[in-house]
Design a binder for this molecule. Structure first.
Ligand code: GLP
Length: 256
C-alpha cells in the first residue's frame, strides 16, 4: 500500500486527480471504477476543470440503493450525473451504475460483472471508506471474495448517510454493490479519506489485520493501491512518519 499524507483534502485530491488525468490521457479508452459520497466531490470538481477527453472512457460505479429510481435526488445515478457525468461530455452508453430498480437482482448483478469483464476489466478504481470500514457498500462480514450482489446496510451506515436523505429515516436498507473480489480485480485502486471521523477506520485498514470484519483491510491484498489522506484522517496511524518519509524520498521515476 502506498500511503500519501497531505496537509489538506485539497492537496491530497490534486495528486489523485493528476493520476487519473494521466491515465485518461495515456489510455483514452480506459475503464474507470467510480465512487460516490462526500469524499470524491473535490476530485470530480478537479477532473472537470482539467478538460479531459472523456468520449471513449467507460465507467462502472461501485454501488446504488435498492428501490431508488435513477432520478431520485439521493440516488447514486443523480449524484454522478450532477457532480461529474453531466459536465464532462461522457457518452451515456459508456456509463454503468447498478440499477436500484432491477426486478431480478441476482441476474442483474451477474450481468454487471459480465459487463465489467467484457469492457476489459477496471483500470483504476476510485474508493472512499465508511466509518465502519466499508468500501463500496461492502459492510463488515462481507466475504473478501464477494462479487456484485445485494447487501444490507449497518445501522451506522444508515446514520452516516441519513444526511443525503434529509436526515430522516428514509435511507434504503438494501443496496447493490460490487463485491470485494470485484474491487480487488481492478488493476489499480485509489482510496481517499479525509477528516478525523475516518481516522479509526483508516488505521484499521492500513495497520490492522486483513479481516472481513473491516472490509477495507482487504486492500492490503492488492498489489497497486494508493491511499490519499489528509492529516486528520492519518492521525491514528502508528507509522505515519514512515509513510511520509517514503513519499518524500520516492525515486524520481516513481514520482506522481
Ligand atoms: C458511502 C458509499 C461509499 C463511500 C462511503 C463514504 O456510503 N457507498 O462508496 O466511500 O460511504 O462516504 P463519504 O465520502 O460521504 O464519507
Amino acid at each position: 500500500m502506498e500511503i500519501i499524507i497531505q496537509p489538506t483534502p485539497g492537496a491530497a485530491t490534486s495528486i489523485a486527480a493528476r493520476l487519473i488525468a494521466r491515465l485518461v490521457r495515456e489510455k483514452p479508452d480506459a475503464v474507470l471504477g467510480l465512487a460516490t459520497g462526500g469524499t470524491p466531490l473535490l476530485l470530480y470538481r478537479e477532473l472537470m476543470r482539467m478538460k479531459l477527453d472523456w468520449r471513449r472512457i467507460t465507467t462502472f460505479n461501485l454501488d446504488e440503493y435498492v428501490g431508488l429510481k435513477p432520478e431520485h435526488p439521493a440516488s447514486y445515478h443523480s449524484f454522478m450525473w450532477e457532480n461529474l457525468f453531466g459536465k464532462i461530455g461522457i457518452v451515456r452508453r459508456n456509463v454503468h451504475i447498478p440499477d436500484g430498480l432491477a426486478r431480478d437482482i441476482p441476474a442483474f448483478c451477474e450481468r454487471y460483472e459480465k459487463k465489467i469483464r467484457s469492457a476489459g476489466g477496471i483500470d483504476l478504481q476510485v474508493l472512499g471508506i465508511g466509518t465502519d470500514g466499508h468500501i463500496g457498500f461492502n459492510e463488515p462480514a462481507s466475504s473478501l471474495a464477494s462479487r456484485t450482489r445485494i447487501k444490507t446496510l449497518t445501522p451506522r451506515t444508515l446514520r452516516d448517510n441519513a444526511r443525503y436523505f434529509g436526515g430522516g429515516k428514509k435511507v434504503p436498507h438494501h443496496v447493490i454493490t460490487m463485491g470485494i473480489g470485484t474491487i480487488l480485480e481492478a488493476r489499480q485502486c485509489l482510496l481517499l479519506a479525509f477528516g478525523r471521523k475516518k481516522a479509526p477506520a483508516v488505521a484499521r485498514m492500513i495497520e490492522g489485520p486483513v479481516t472481513a470484519a473491516h472490509p477495507a483491510s482487504a486492500l492490503q491484498l492488492h498489489p497497486r493501491v494508493k491511499i490519499f489522506l489528509d492529516e486528520e484522517a492519518a492521525s491514528r496511524l502508528k507509522r505515519a512518519d514512515y509513510y511520509r518519509f517514503i513519499y518524500a524520498h520516492k525515486p524520481d521515476w516513481q514520482r506522481i
